[in-house]
Design a binder for this molecule. Structure first.
Ligand code: FES
Length: 575
């Protein structure tokens, strides 16, 4: 360990060290908690930012894990304090958990800023929690380690493995088509989520925790360990030990999160077949760091990186299998030549050093370079008259028949409209139609809900149709699949071209050429634009009112404009 700081240099010393009236007040209140002065004075004070909540099943074990982190902090000579953080639970939070990612980021930044904290262990994993915690920590730029909550165990139904989200969509479709009994449906409901931990498909949670590791913000191998595995407890304790050294070394997120580290994250995102949501989150994280990740960079990197993780929804297996196959370190070792191996990570070593000795032990789960699941371009960025600022498609999850497709639009003006009409027998739609959902973006949703995998109309389901071209300004769950064009920017709610589409308009999707075009003459579009009326927003209050006023568009990461800055906030005055 390289010690750079002395005890008097610690940030917390400003609270606990001085022989002043305020210093007295701070110390006396710590003594009130039953500690001795030497426990907390001149020792790194470590915040364990805990997103545990009784209504967040993905984080059900984080209370216990906080104890393991504390053990590690005490062992290394630090002083741990558990700080509750806003818990974003993907399943339950309405209208969209994405609305609250920025709230968690603010909560994290403000807690670290206002309290006598020297370093932080960030505990989370359920979808928006990882980017939310990291965004706040990047803005504050105190030493920090991310501790992934870990995926839950495989689901099980009749001896068949069940994957979060992916198998819900799959079997719901079969139920709608009349192919599944009540008894089977109930058994699936009981078997799909069997332990603490986040979704165990390659959804947003598994993706973002993997990318946190790829960027160097977790201990090596941390993101692949299932929540229920005892290795997870040891990893939590090791994170607690390591953060104390990081404080003495003054190793901060800005030292780790270089442009090369973000490029590594994008590369790994493509190799694991990561969730499309990762694009929005990485853009937001980079902007907090003062870096720009233009959407075309994702496309450039995607074209060079093969998809090697055979995990649902793109593949066959689940995160538990991925761990047994060698986990993320093994996968990264397969693509070493595509990574920046000299990037520093939280354990003080380079990524290259951390990958030494990693190897794949199951080639079905983590494919070799000679037999990828998909040979480059698993995610594509589209531009064109329908998406001047870009749109995203997960190519690996799209039916190849639709990679170059022109069809007539069937337009739904919002989610309610879609929900009401999708089941109607008289809906004018066939398998070549292009389903369009408007007003589902950052402001239109609001909160850009995961409505992007529009359901297939019931009458087509019964004819055996299982995929169609679907376009929206919404997001899509990382566990979803299908030919779904997402994140169309600018969104329809602010008058983007998506707002001008009418039933019957021809739309062309051309994935090989990265194009998304509305085939309507410009004069006609201009006339529609002049008549377009922006939807009237609901009367909002509190956080939602702030969100509406300051959120940015999808290609800018959906962060609040006033939080996008490189410099950490000024230290609070103590008086
Ligand atoms: Fe928490 Fe899926 S519901 S990760």
């Amino acid at each position: 360990m390289t010690t750079k700081k002395k005890p008097e240099d610690l940030r917390s010393y400003r609270w606990f060290g001085p022989d002043t009236m305020r210093g007295f007040g701070h110390r006396s209140r710590m003594l009130q908690l039953g500690y001795r002065r030497e426990d907390f004075t001149g020792k790194p004070v470590i915040a364990i930012m805990n997103t545990w909540s009784e209504i967040n099943p993905c984080h059900a074990h984080l209370r216990e894990r906080a104890e393991a982190v504390k053990r590690g902090v005490w062992q290394a000579g630090g002083f741990p304090v558990e700080v509750p953080a806003f818990s974003i639970t993907e399943t339950f939070m309405k209208p969209s958990p994405m609305l609250y990612r920025n709230l968690l980021a603010m909560d994290t930044e403000e807690a670290l800023h206002s309290l006598p904290i020297d370093g932080a262990v960030l505990m989370g994993g359920c979808d928006k929690t990882t980017p939310g915690l990291l965004m706040g920590a990047i803005s504050m730029n105190l030493p920090a380690i991310f501790l992934p909550a870990g995926p839950m165990l495989r689901g099980n139904w009749n001896g068949k493995p069940l994957g979060s989200g992916t198998d819900l969509w799959k079997y719901w479709t079969e139920r709608c088509a009349g192919n599944l009994s009540d008894a089977d449906w109930n058994a699936i409901e009981c078997g799909i989520a069997r332990s603490p931990g986040f979704c165990m498909t390659m959804g947003t949670a598994s993706t973002m925790t993997a990318l946190a590791e790829a960027m160097g913000m977790t201990l090596p191998g941390a993101s692949s360990i299932p929540a229920a595995d005892s290795n997870h407890v040891r990893m939590a304790m090791d994170s607690g030990r390591r953060i104390v050294d990081m404080v003495w070394e003054d190793s901060k997120p800005h030292d780790i999160l270089t442009l090369a580290a973000f490029r590594n994250a994008i590369t790994v995102d493509m190799a694991i077949g990561g969730s499309t949501n990762a694009i929005i989150h990485l853009v937001a994280l980079a902007r907090r760091r003062g870096l720009d990740l233009p959407l075309h960079l994702f496309d450039e990197i995607a074209r060079q990186v093969p998809l090697l993780a055979n995990i649902r929804p793109s593949g066959e297996f689940l995160m538990e299998d991925f761990y047994y196959a060698g986990g993320l370190r093994a996968l990264m070792a397969e693509i070493k030549d595509l990574l920046h191996l000299d990037c520093r990570t939280v354990n003080g070593k380079t990524l290259g050093e951390n990958l030494e000795g990693a190897r794949v032990v199951n080639r079905d789960v983590i494919r070799g370079r000679e037999a990828p699941l998909f040979d480059g371009g698993g995610t594509a960025i589209l531009y064109g008259s329908l998406a001047p600022d870009g749109a995203v498609i997960k190519t690996a999850a799209a039916d190849r028949r639709f990679w170059q497709h022109t069809g007539p639009a069937v337009v739904f003006k919002d989610y309610r409209d879609m929900d009401a009409r999708m089941k109607h027998e008289d809906l004018n739609v066939d398998e070549n139609s292009v389903l369009v959902l408007q007003n589902a973006g950052p402001l239109g949703g609001p909160g850009m809900p995961e409505w992007g995998m529009l359901p297939i109309p019931n009458k087509l389901l019964r004819r055996g149709v299982r995929d169609m071209v679907r376009i929206s300004d919404a997001r899509m769950s990382g566990t979803s699949y299908g030919t779904c064009v997402l994140h169309v920017s600018p969104e329809s709610y602010v008058g983007g071209p998506l707002a001008l589409v009418k039933d019957g308009d021809a739309i062309t999707l051309d994935i090989p050429n990265r194009k998304l075009d509305l085939l309507v003459p410009e004069a006609e579009l201009e006339s529609r634009r002049s008549q377009w009326i922006q939807p009237v927003p609901k009367e909002d209050r509190g956080y939602l009112a702030l969100y509406r006023e300051r959120v940015t568009q999808a290609h800018q990461g959906c962060d609040f404009d006033f939080l996008v800055r490189d410099a950490p906030p000024e230290e609070p005055e103590i008086h």
